[in-house]
Design a protein. Structure first.
Length: 181
């Protein structure tokens, strides 16, 4: 069974607890314990639980916003880059940046397939539970993380999605201001 690290679960749970009444009505009964249990950022939680929490927070925050998951990803990146993963905000090592997903999920592998100044093609392969919401969250997360690292005019486009039948997920990333990712 695949898992998500507490570092990605805790932010969702904070939003749910801040909207406890609405969250309790939307949350599947088997996940109600997240409204009261302490989330340990160093622990692993079932990926299926994480995806259900993500979708519930998406419903809470959506209000007709078609980009709610991308915005959630941007918010998570700001929180992580000023806290848990702050060392990566200054890291110029591509390897450090791309091991980030492995520290959040125990499934899948992120690869850089193409790289040239101002452009990269990313592939996320072998993820246990493909979900469009997670991909949209990653899109926003990657864009915000790169902006916080000093890249300018960052554009991250999710071009192929495993949740929609592709073999793997792919992102086309472009930027200005620094040569390589």
């Amino acid at each position: 069974m695949a898992n998500a690290k507490g570092t990605v679960v805790v932010g969702l749970v904070k939003v749910l607890r801040g909207n406890r009444e609405r969250a309790a009505a939307l949350l599947p009964a088997k996940l109600a314990h997240y409204l009261d249990e302490r989330i340990v950022v160093a622990s692993w939680y079932p990926l299926d639980d994480y995806l259900a929490l993500l979708r519930t927070v998406g419903k809470l925050l959506a209000s007709g916003n078609p980009n709610v998951y991308e915005e959630m990803g941007r918010s998570a990146a700001r929180e992580h880059m000023s806290g848990t993963y702050s060392r990566l905000k200054k890291a110029t090592s591509r390897q450090a940046s791309f091991t980030l997903l492995a520290s959040m999920y125990d499934s899948g592998e992120l690869k850089v397939l193409e790289r040239e100044p101002g452009h990269a093609l990313l592939e996320f392969a072998r993820f246990a539970s493909p979900a469009r919401e997670l991909c949209e969250t990653f899109t926003g997360y990657q864009a915000e993380r790169m902006a916080m690292m000093g890249f300018e005019d960052v554009k991250v486009r999710h071009t192929r999605c495993r949740a929609e039948g592709a073999a793997n997920c792919f992102w086309d990333v472009s930027w200005k201001g620094r040569e390589l990712l």
